[in-house]
Structures are given as structure tokens and as C-alpha cells.
Write a protein that binds this ligand. Structure first.
Ligand SMILES: C[S@@+](CC[C@H](N)C(=O)[O-])C[C@H]1O[C@@H](n2cnc3c(N)ncnc32)[C@H](O)[C@@H]1O
Length: 207
């Protein structure tokens, strides 16, 4: 099947992307809502979660993405694969992650992944970067104690900026890691690896 075509980037501060999402209802989107939840923020086409949902079905998986056509395509593929533990949702996570997660019962969210977010290189576009102190606060609020956040990117300055946001929040403890411990790599990670470029990664534990 042809892949749906989308703009490479969208401006998360444009009026269309300021619309609030409905809080996700895990009772209606997952077959077994009591499973621990992994949230992937900026999931693009969602292939990482699609493969994770098959490889490790003991969890539920929620993908968040700002490009709506990708969300529709990913949900269609999840349904075709008959996966009751996988769902994708359209949301500007930079502004609305807290609203999206507000209905999730305490203790359910146990892992978060943020992988190769758009760097928005120019200084004048820095406000468009997805990971900001508000997002870190939202994750700290919803993530179960003992849960963790896996952050990786190939852009060194962006990695340091994201790591600093998590370091600045005392509810997280940093853990350096050499390898990606997930059995699946994202599309972007594979592309970066094929070029032999370094990847900067950290795990932040919710204490
Ligand atoms: C470079 S891609 C990486 C995709 C995937 N995580 C991977 O590693 O292959 C970054 C993704 O984050 C999405 N994104 C950027 N800003 C976002 C935001 N504010 N909220 C949700 N998704 C966002 C982009 O649309 C894009 O799909």
C-alpha cells in the first residue's frame, strides 16, 4: 500500500495546531486497559509502536503525533493487524500533552519514549521544539514512580537541551545508556545508523 504523503514539518504554533485534543480514553481504545502503558511522543508513522505491540504484547502502546494523516494511517494499520494494545492520537504534544493524558489513571503510564524529535535548528524557531519544561512537568505528573523516559536523537545540541530540561526537574534521575534496549528501532534511528552517525541517549527514571 502507498504511504500517505504529508508535509515534512508543521508549525506547532500555527492556529490549527492550537486546538485542544480530547483526553484519551484508555477504556475505549485498548482491549485490556489495565496493562502498563508506553507513550511514544512524536511517533510519525508509528512503525516503532506497531512492531513493539507485536513483540511485547504485555503492554499497551499510545503514539502521539501532530501530523493527522499519519495518525489515521497508523490506526488503520493497527486495526488491520488486529492489535488491541495499540492506539495513535492526533495531538500537539508541545501544548496539549497534559490535557491528552488527564484521564489516565495513576500508575498506568510506565514508560515514555521521545525519539529523534524535529530539531528546529534556527534560534528563531526554538519555540517550536517539542520538548520544553512544561512537557517535562506533564510527564513527571503522569508517569508512575519507577517508570522511565527514554530520550534519543542524533542532533547533539538538541540532545543536550532536552537532557537539561529533565535534569532540571528533581523528580527525575538521569541514567546514561550506551545502547537502545528496545528490540525495535524507529525509522529515523535506522536511517541514522545506516549513515554511521552517533546517537545521544539518556534514560530518566521517575523517582
Ligand atoms: C524526525 S520525526 C521522528 C519520528 C520517530 N520518532 C522516529 O524516530 O522515526 C519527529 C516527529 O515528531 C512529530 N512532532 C513534531 N512536533 C510535534 C508536536 N509538537 N507534537 C506531536 N508530534 C510532533 C513530527 O511530526 C515527526 O513525525
Amino acid at each position: 500500500m502507498a504511504r500517505v504523503r504529508v508535509h515534512q514539518h508543521v508549525n506547532p504554533l500555527a492556529p490549527f495546531y492550537r486546538q485542544a485534543p480530547k483526553p484519551v480514553d484508555i477504556e475505549s481504545v485498548f482491549a485490556d486497559p489495565d496493562k502498563p502503558l508506553l507513550l511514544d511522543i512524536g511517533c510519525a508513522r508509528g512503525r516503532f509502536l506497531l512492531r513493539m505491540a507485536e513483540a511485547e504484547p504485555t503492554r499497551n502502546y499510545l503514539g502521539v503525533e501532530i501530523r493527522e494523516p499519519l495518525v489515521e494511517e497508523a490506526n488503520r494499520l493497527a486495526a488491520e493487524a488486529g492489535l488491541g494494545n495499540l492506539h495513535y492520537t492526533f495531538c500537539n504534544a508541545m501544548l496539549w500533552l497534559d490535557r491528552l493524558l488527564e484521564g489516565i489513571p495513576p500508575g498506568v503510564l510506565q514508560a515514555v519514549t521521545i525519539q529523534f524529535p524535529d530539531p528546529w535548528f534556527k534560534k528563531k524557531h526554538a519555540k517550536r521544539r517539542m520538548v520544553n519544561p512544561e512537557m517535562v512537568d506533564t510527564i513527571a505528573k503522569h508517569l508512575a514512580p519507577g517508570g522511565n523516559v527514554f530520550v534519543q536523537t542524533d542532533i547533539e545540541f538538541l540532545a543536550e537541551e532536552m537532557f537539561e530540561h529533565f535534569r532540571a526537574d528533581e523528580r527525575f534521575r538521569e541514567s546514561p545508556i550506551e545502547e537502545n534496549r528496545f528490540p525495535v528501532k524507529t525509522e529515523r534511528e535506522r536511517a541514522v545508523e545506516d549513515k554511521g552517525l552517533p546517537v545521544y541517549r539518556r534514560l530518566f527514571l521517575r523517582i
